[in-house]
Write a protein that binds this ligand. Structure first.
Ligand code: MIG
Length: 655
């Protein structure tokens, strides 16, 4: 190690054949060997595969070689940086602008164990409301009640499932946080109630910048100033910058009383029936001059004091925590305000442990094939960094998707833990039906598939909540001894069994697929392969290649237009020949009763015995009560048996 005024660093040897993953939110492909990764939250607008600083700062990585893996969590909130053999091959440098070198070494030997331990340290996500796993539709902006009603009607008329509609900044009165525009949204309570009756939840955006308005009657500005809740400079002057509401001031979320105040302010939104909050611009993103005036992005002065009086720090020390603490304020506020109901929280910026409070999206991506391609390694590295509930804007945020790009993106989007379509102001519309019948059909089919897979996906969220397990996984997560997976960024596993090999190039109808060791089945045709091998998959526009591991068990629900609060009245267990085991998790999907044991788990096992396939279903455990229901067990390619499931033990023989 070494240090000088203002910086502390440590050096480690990079082993031969060692690869580096995680690092939070990162562009490019999977392995970060020979790159420099800085941990400092910024508005990463216009990012590309060469970008370094991003919206999130998570100083954690996993080093993997064929013998073992270990993790490093660099415990510093200051600006920090990893140089993974860029300056000097074979040498990793970790540096912080803080005064100490404090880090955790987490032994594996497998990535799964490292992430479990890392999330034991930094926290895990609570199980989100089940509706948050459905399809979300967003745009900057659905700018009025009429537009939103029309949007909702299109989904239902066209039978395209959707659970959530997001309202971007134009729902506010002149971009003042915690207000409603009386012109655009004259009766939000009625709108939201009507949408609720049609099975939609509404999520509103909240930005940290509070309009600077000493002369007007803007309650939030007035209270904030009165209580001294906004960030000041070292000289004691109120700090201001420019964002959507023009001149704005910024709450110091590092202080508990500010977080509590901010949390309570969400009442303006929850009183109207809002079920979730989307936190944007919380790096924080601030311009030095009014928006549109070409001003540079700035942050608070690095010496600006932040945090509680008893534990005063500078902005240099707390910058990376701003988004995290805003998300915490939001999550804790919603928990109080929507008593008994789980809420959805989404944030753009965050820090290690952000999963405790919020889901995360990858900010302003672009409607380009490269961004579709990059979305998978980005989300996989987030999952390897303890943040399982993540997504990218389907269709791309900036720019205009083509029909083909949109169709391919919806297929991939079906795999995102957070499945949200979004698009920027002054771009083409990006709803599933705007590209014509063929694309609409593809979108419907893949959103339907998402809804069918919800019992499986919900169980993955439960695993993430209990063990930090990523939901979307790179192949190296399950095959860490297989070198062929170390750079494989364009195939992913959704949970342990389902593997996708999407197409992310225009005009491409075939692609190479790597099948690691074991038996693999084509999801669509049932064709069987013995890995390790490469195959050439046929993937016309209607088809995203999907595979299931032998012994894979996937619970399938009937397609619904939105997530219902009732326990599943029927269920299909699709099981692929081989040996495997899987536990289905169920609860009411919306309350906190599961924290008191009101949930249900059912263990399924499949194995081969004397040339017959045996499926064993253990007795259901837990206090969540499910009425008798029909369960169909399909052993793919072999046969199907149905029975009335009353939660007792079963043993089924096939073949
Ligand atoms: O300055 O609220 O990343 O999702 O639509 C842009 C408008 C502010 C950036 C977010 C984007 C959102 C947009 N916001």
């Amino acid at each position: 190690m070494g240090w000088r005024t203002g910086a502390t660093a440590g050096w480690k040897r990079i082993e031969a054949d060692e690869h580096f993953y995680g690092f939070g939110e990162r562009t490019g492909f999977l392995d970060k060997l020979s790159e420099v990764k800085t941990n400092w939250t910024i508005d990463a607008l216009d990012y590309n595969s060469l970008s370094d600083e991003m919206y999130q700062a998570i100083a954690f990585y996993i080093a993997l070689n064929p013998d073992r893996a270990y993790g490093i969590f660099f415990n510093t909130t200051f600006w920090s940086q990893f140089d993974i053999g860029a300056e000097q091959p074979g040498v990793l440098r970790m540096e912080t602008r803080g005064p100490e070198l404090d880090y955790y070494i987490i032994y594996g030997p497998e990535p799964a164990q490292i992430i479990a331990t890392y999330t034991q340290l930094t926290g895990r996500m609570p199980i989100p409301p089940k509706w948050a796993l459905g399809y979300h539709q967003c745009r900057w902006s659905y700018e009025s009640e009429d537009v939103v009603r029309e949007l909702a009607k299109e989904f239902r008329d066209r039978a395209i499932p959707c659970d959530v509609i997001h309202l971007d900044i134009d729902y506010m009165r002149g971009y003042r946080v915690f207000t409603w525009s009386p012109k655009r949204f004259p009766d939000p309570a009625k709108l939201i109630a009507d949408l609720k009756a049609a099975g939609f939840k509404v999520v509103t955006i909240v930005d940290p910048g509070v309009k600077y308005e000493p002369e007007a009657d803007y309650e939030i500005f007035d209270r904030g100033v009165e209580n001294d809740y906004f960030v000041r400079t070292a000289e004691g002057k109120l700090f201001h910058g420019y964002v959507w509401p023009d001149k704005a001031v910024f709450p110091d979320f590092l202080r508990p009383e500010v977080r509590q105040w901010w949390g309570e302010l969400h009442k303006t939104l929850t009183d109207m029936g809002i079920a979730g909050i989307w936190n944007d611009m919380n790096e924080p993103a601030i311009a030095e001059r009014p928006f549109g005036d070409g001003g540079e992005h700035i942050s608070f002065p690095l010496n600006a004091p932040q945090g509680p009086e008893s534990d005063r720090a500078t902005h240099a020390q707390t910058h990376n925590l701003y988004g995290l603490m805003m998300a915490k304020a939001c999550a804790e506020g919603l928990q109080k305000l929507r008593s008994g109901y789980r809420s959805f929280v989404l944030t753009r910026s965050g820090f290690a442990g952000v999963q405790r409070y919020s889901s995360v999206w990858m900010g302003d991506n672009q409607s380009q094939w490269e961004h579709l391609e990059m979305s998978l390694p980005m989300l996989c590295n987030m999952g390897l960094s303890g943040v399982a509930f993540v997504g990218c804007d389907i269709g791309g945020f900036a720019g205009n998707a083509t029909a083909e790009l949109f169709a391919r993106w919806m297929q991939v989007g079906m795999l995102y833990p957070l499945m949200r379509g979004h698009s920027a102001m002054s771009t083409a519309q990006h709803e599933p039906w705007v590209f014509g019948d063929r694309t609409e059909k593809i979108c419907r089919e893949y959103i339907n598939l998402r809804y069918q897979l919800l019992p499986y996906i919900y169980t993955l969220f439960w695993e993430a909540a209990t063990a930090g397990t990523p939901i979307l996984r790179p192949l190296l997560y399950h095959f860490p001894r297989d070198r062929a997976t170390y750079h494989l960024y364009d195939q992913v596993l959704l949970g342990p069994s389902l593997m996708a090999a999407p197409v992310y190039r225009p005009g491409v109808e075939h692609r190479a697929v790597y099948l690691p060791e074991g038996t693999w089945y084509d999801w669509w045709t049932g064709e069987c392969y013995q890995g390790p091998m490469h195959i050439l998959a046929h993937a016309p526009l209607e088809r995203m290649p999907l595979y299931v591991r032998g012994g894979g068990i996937i619970a399938i629900a009937p397609v619904k237009q939105f997530v219902s609060e009732e326990p599943l009245e029927s269920l299909k267990m699709r099981i692929w020949p081989g040996s495997g085991e899987w536990t289905l998790y169920e609860d009411d999907g919306h309350s906190f009763e599961h924290e008191k044991g009101v949930s249900a788990t059912t263990n399924y096992k499949v194995y081969v015995e004397e040339e017959k396939i045996i499926v064993e279903i253990a007795a259901r455990e837990g206090q969540f009560s499910i009425s008798e229901r029909e369960v169909i067990v399909e052993v793919v390619g072999v046969g199907e048996q149905r029975f009335t499931d009353d939660g007792t033990v079963r043993r089924l023989t096939f073949g």
